[in-house]
Design a protein around this ligand. Structure first.
Ligand code: SF4
Ligand code: MG
Length: 335
């Protein structure tokens, strides 16, 4: 499989007046062509910051401290802002939770789309309009030739997210980064947008990084998953591996808080008690040690190593050390 993106040892911090907030603390992963990679974790886990770092879209006072982000073999960390503007929207596009924040309320949907298109493509007004209409049709907006004259506030929330997706795809990017694009939508609309994303992946073969705090969404859409916590990747694997044989207590905790769709009795969800670590003073050991039911003394003292469990599954946890004590609830090596 061909790699589209290779992130290596990425460290991103926010240099605030209180000190350095280490939001991303050594993250490495690959994205293959045509795959949908899920990035899951609670808020503050570093998933959005990781992707904003890739895109050079970090807000002040964020800075990439170390690492490389190879996109088709070319290091994006070294690119100038001017070079990145050519890549943003053209080769890599991003969509966000709140499309209103990315849409300008004073321009029509059509004008905004045409502007994006004409920034990257040498085509005239008429052709850009035709392409905008085509893209709106592709994402399921009815009568797009009329709707392009609408302003963002004349679209419903779901329609706005569709328009954002249309805009993001209008220059035929190879990579689409979606940061919680369905989180603000109600369940029915959320399902429609997920179907649309699946359809896009199949029809356009766009590689997608899908950021979410919701493992249910991951199961529906993704092929592989990265689980982030405290600015680190705790576990990585195929959807099958992570759902059926998770090898990290944090992944297990997340899975326990997903409602079971097969269950008749509405089980009470158990969110993981406690809160994420303060990344202004990151713990010296495992980032999850304060909340982990398996935590040992070693977990407070030493950062756990990453253990490779299969060609696709890796986990960062002291429980996977060959000499770690056995625990009845932790099935090592999965099934
Ligand atoms: Fe829990 Fe320790 Fe594993 Fe961290 S290293 S997840 S604290 S058992
Ligand atoms: Mg976020």
């Amino acid at each position: 499989q061909e790699k589209l993106l290779e992130v290596r040892n990425l460290k991103t911090s926010f240099f605030t007046h209180l000190g350095e907030v280490q939001s991303v603390r050594d993250v490495s992963f690959d994205l293959y062509k045509g795959e949908v990679l899920g990035v899951v974790g609670e808020s503050g886990s570093g998933k959005s910051v990781t992707c904003s770092s890739v895109m050079h879209l970090l807000s002040e006072p964020g800075k990439i401290k170390e690492g490389t982000v190879l996109f088709k073999g070319d290091d994006l960390v070294k690119k100038s802002e001017k070079e990145m503007r050519r890549i943003q929207g053209n080769e890599i596009s991003m969509i966000f939770q709140d499309p209103m924040s990315a849409l300008n309320p004073v321009y029509t949907i059509g004008n905004q789309m045409m502007e994006v298109i004409r920034t990257h493509k040498k085509i005239n007004h008429k052709e850009a309009e035709k392409l905008a209409i085509e893209m709106l049709r592709l994402v399921g907006i009815p009568s797009p030739e009329e709707r392009i004259h609408n302003y963002p506030h004349e679209f419903s929330g779901g329609m706005r997210q569709r328009a954002m997706i249309a805009m993001a795809l209008s220059c035929d990017p190879e990579l689409l980064i979606a940061d919680e694009p369905t989180t603000a939508l109600d369940v029915t609309i959320q399902a429609q947008i997920l179907d649309l994303m699946k359809d896009i992946r199949e029809r356009l073969n766009t590689s997608i990084i899908f950021i979410t705090h919701d493992l249910g969404v991951i199961a529906q859409l993704c092929t592989r998953v990265i689980v982030m916590y405290g600015g680190m990747i705790m576990e990585e694997g195929t959807v099958e591996e992570l759902f059926h044989s998770p090898q990290n207590p944090y992944t297990m905790g997340l899975l326990n808080s997903v409602p079971n769709p097969d269950s008749v009795t509405k089980e009470r969800l158990e969110p993981i008690p406690g809160s994420p670590p303060d990344l202004l003073h990151p713990p010296k050991g495992c980032p999850f040690c304060k909340r982990c039911p398996y935590a040992m003394n070693k977990c407070l003292e030493e950062l756990p190593a990453v253990y490779t469990l299969s060609p696709t599954q890796k986990s960062r946890c002291h429980m996977l050390h060959p000499e770690a004590p056995a625990h009845p609830a932790f099935q090592k090596g999965g099934k």
